[in-house]
Write a protein that binds this ligand. Structure first.
Ligand code: COA
Ligand code: MG
Length: 286
């Protein structure tokens, strides 16, 4: 999944619009974009939306629930599993123990609702608390439900009592760049997808493209969107270009003799280059 578009779970208008914009997934939100007095309405709307959209071949449907530390999370899960969401995004996760707990909750609810056991996958927002930053390496091997990990630069500063996440030049402060890198490493270590965080300035398409392309170069495989206009630039950024595909094919061909290192266009290539080229072609043939 290249693009995952957040849609406030209590907005009829945005839910209707979301399905038309070509996102690989919608993330129907029950957390921060829904006000406390609307949560029950939002749960019912999200559940109905899931039940009314069973064909997920074009756009998968995920749900962001409230953090497990909140009393809202279990009622969120109890309301939505009947709609067989493709996955649940868990914010403000602290530790692997919480992932194991979520796994148990989901299994019980899947059995209750007659939904295939293990079918609801999980995407962790893994850098939103200080504790989580010290537990990032521990999320692998807990459950096959874990599909991906993403990071955030908005909630961690709030947790730290920071007044901003930016330095004087407007760049992300080191703490949040650390969160980005550690999330990338943690996801790869856990053998799941590293997903880049939101770009909040939704009118700045150039800035979005720059950030999305940097994320892809770094190894992220997708990015979260908050506005329909962000979906196409994100999809484009995470789709290999015709030149990249052609080059990857030439690299693979260059290794067809079985040699461990070869020359191509005057440059030495060895195993890491072959692996990278194979990865590009795998993405295309998926
Ligand atoms: N999903 C689906 N549709 C959306 C959308 C979204 N995330 N954001 C905007 N739209 C729709 C609007 O409803 C509008 O459609 P309409 O003309 O049919 O009503 C159209 O796209 C253009 O929207 P625009 O006027 O440019 O934006 P806005 O001022 O209405 O909304 C935000 C701006 C940021 C509030 C909105 O994009 C949003 O809600 N984003 C998601 C926020 C979220 O979920 N945050 C939690 C995670 S960080
Ligand atoms: Mg948040």
């Amino acid at each position: 999944m290249r693009s995952l578009l957040f849609v406030p779970g209590d907005s009829e208008r945005k839910l209707a619009k979301g399905e038309t914009v070509g996102a690989d997934a919608l993330v129907l939100d029950l957390e921060d974009s829904v006000s406390a007095d609307r949560i029950e309405i939002a749960r019912a709307m999200v559940r109905d939306y899931l039940l009314g959209h069973r064909d997920r071949s074009r756009t998968r449907l995920w749900v962001r629930v409230n953090p497990l530390s909140s009393e809202k999370s279990l009622p969120d899960l109890a309301a939505i599993v009947a709609g067989a969401p493709d996955g649940v995004m868990l914010p403000k996760v602290n530790s692997a123990a919480e992932l194991a707990l979520l796994d148990n909750y989901l299994t019980a609810l899947e059995v209750r609702e007659g939904v295939a056991r293990g079918s609801v996958r999980v995407l962790l927002v893994a850098t939103e608390t200080a504790r989580a930053m010290f537990n990032l390496g521990g999320f692998g091997g807990i459950t096959a439900r874990l599909w991906g990990m993403t990071w955030g630069a908005e909630d961690l500063p709030a947790a730290l009592g920071a007044t901003t996440n930016r330095d004087e030049s407007g760049e992300l402060e080191f703490t949040y760049r650390l969160a980005r890198s550690l999330c990338l490493l943690a996801a790869v270590a856990a053998e799941v997808e590293p997903i880049d965080t939101v770009f909040t300035d939704f009118k700045d398409t150039k800035g979005l493209l720059r950030e999305a392309q940097a994320a892809r170069r770094a190894g992220f495989t997708g990015k979260i969107a908050i506005h329909p206009d962000q979906v196409e630039p994100i999809n484009q950024s995470f789709t290999p270009s015709a030149e990249e595909i052609e080059y990857a094919q030439r690299v693979v061909n260059a290794f067809s003799s079985g040699a461990g290192t070869v020359g191509l266009d005057g440059k030495m290539l060895d195993m890491p280059h072959l692996k990278q080229a194979q990865r590009v072609l795998r993405g295309v043939n998926k």
